[in-house]
Design a protein around this ligand. Structure first.
Ligand code: HMG
Length: 389
């Protein structure tokens, strides 16, 4: 049975910061961010947009009434959850009007959570072939003002419908994972922002890629030449490029190398404009690739490298379905023009606004007309508003 991604959606907040403005404010040479990280812009979310509202909006893009009836599992991968106890997918299940007899869970392992979710979804459908699973990857990546990671922040969500006979990507059964107990990036419960050992983290990312890829090739007998594209977790796009370059050996066929590089650059189009969205960033790369490539064809094979600090990584692969091109939104980039550009001081105020509740646990916010928004907190309960059907 073929199982995989049947539809996908993307939600980003309506505000962004130009990375050149950040460079000026931080007294950095803009080329450090533009060329050194390959970053152009960063998506900035107001306090009324969180992983619930972004996750719901990403899924709302494609859900039909039939999907709502057939989905029996909603998985969210995130490391910026809104509650230590209740899963964000329970809120999303309600906001989207999905039938009640469903399982809703949240998975955490840094930027890797949604990839674990993808495998759980596949296993669930293997046992229940008529089930649909809604998989959401949503995060708001904040390192803090004047930190080394500030220029790589971002926020957004990718949602995917996973089912049998998918219209976009068929998942293969060749996943290889690796776990290393390291402290490259982590966020203790008492801290609003992560701690990061930046250069150590990039070294670990690249080493995990190299060793997991070697194991993948050893177990499957496959090589780079078997793939048309390679999508990477993109904490910042330049790291993915370094990763891809590290896999080329001197005997690589020139044409294969050029194709992989061309597709890589297509896959970072959205990340360059959005920033790191942690669990979603690998899937943002896939969406960017499929929506903007003019050369990819049905049956092309795509490899994926998922990496979550801490660290767990996975290499897996998929094959493009026959009608994938008709099932993706080739005009999405035009919608990026509708975003509002913020000044650095507006960004600092908006992105780092903290929620303060009164003694009764209440707080209200300025109205937000997005599809879904956090309207208020009442007696410590988050109350969401739906501005759509
Ligand atoms: P830094 O140390 O300030 O920057 O921050 P740098 O000095 O390493 O410079 C960055 C690049 O810009 C370098 O390129 C410079 O040469 C270049 P490289 O040598 O590496 O190729 N550069 C210039 N290029 C052109 N013109 C110039 C110029 N100046 C410098 N004028 C660091 C870099 C990665 C440490 C920082 O961005 C950071 O802390 N980021 C956050 C951590 C991160 O993203 N780690 C990635 C791996 S871990 C991961 O992927 C997991 C994660 O997503 C979290 C999760 O799993 O939940 C982060």
């Amino acid at each position: 049975m073929n199982i995989g991604i049947d539809k996908f959606g993307l939600a980003i907040p309506e505000y962004f910061l130009d990375i050149r403005d950040l460079a000026v404010a931080r007294n950095e040479n803009a080329n450090k961010f533009l060329k050194g990280l390959l970053q152009l812009e960063m998506s900035v979310s107001p306090v009324t947009q969180d992983i619930v509202t972004l996750g719901a909006a990403a899924a709302h893009e494609f859900l039909t009434e039939e999907d709502r009836k057939k989905i029996d599992m909603v998985i969210i991968g995130t490391e910026t959850g809104v509650d230590q106890s209740k899963s964000a997918s329970v809120f999303i299940h309600n906001l989207l009007g999905i039938q009640p007899f469903a399982r809703c869970v949240e998975i955490k392992e840094a930027c890797y959570g949604a990839t674990a979710g993808l495998d759980f979804a596949k296993n669930h459908i293997e046992k229940n072939p008529d089930s649909y699973v809604l998989l959401i990857a949503a995060d708001i990546a904040k390192y803090g003002i004047e930190t080394s990671g500030e220029s790589t922040q971002g926020s957004g969500s990718c949602a995917m419908l996973i089912k049998k006979d998918p219209e976009i990507l068929i998942l293969n059964n060749d996943n290889i994972c690796q776990t290393r107990d390291i402290m490259d990036f982590w966020r203790p419960n008492y801290s609003a922002y992560p701690y990061v050992d930046g250069h150590f983290s990039t070294k670990q990312y690249l080493e995990c890629l190299e060793t997991t890829w070697a194991e993948y090739c050893r177990r499957t007998g496959k090589k780079l030449e078997d793939f048309t594209a390679f999508c990477f977790h993109l904490p910042f796009p330049k790291l993915g490029l370094k990763g891809l370059n590290s896999l080329f050996d001197k005997n690589i066929n020139r044409e294969v190398k050029d194709t992989l590089l061309e597709n890589f650059h297509t896959s970072i189009t959205y990340s360059r404009r959005i920033g790191n969205i942690y669990t979603g960033s690998l899937y943002l790369g896939l969406i960017s690739l499929l929506e903007n490539s003019e050369t990819l064809k049905p049956d092309d094979n795509i490899a994926f490298f998922s990496y979550g600090s801490g660290a767990v990584c996975e290499i897996f692969t998929g094959t493009l379905a026959k009608n994938f091109k008709e099932n993706v939104n080739s005009h999405r980039l035009e919608t990026f023009q509708n975003r509002k550009k913020l000044s650095v001081s507006e960004y600092e105020k908006m992105f780092f606004e903290e929620i303060t509740v009164d003694e009764e646990g209440n707080c209200s916010f300025n109205p937000d007309e997005s599809l879904f928004s956090l309207e208020r907190i009442e007696n410590h309960k988050r109350i969401y508003k739906k501005n759509c059907k």
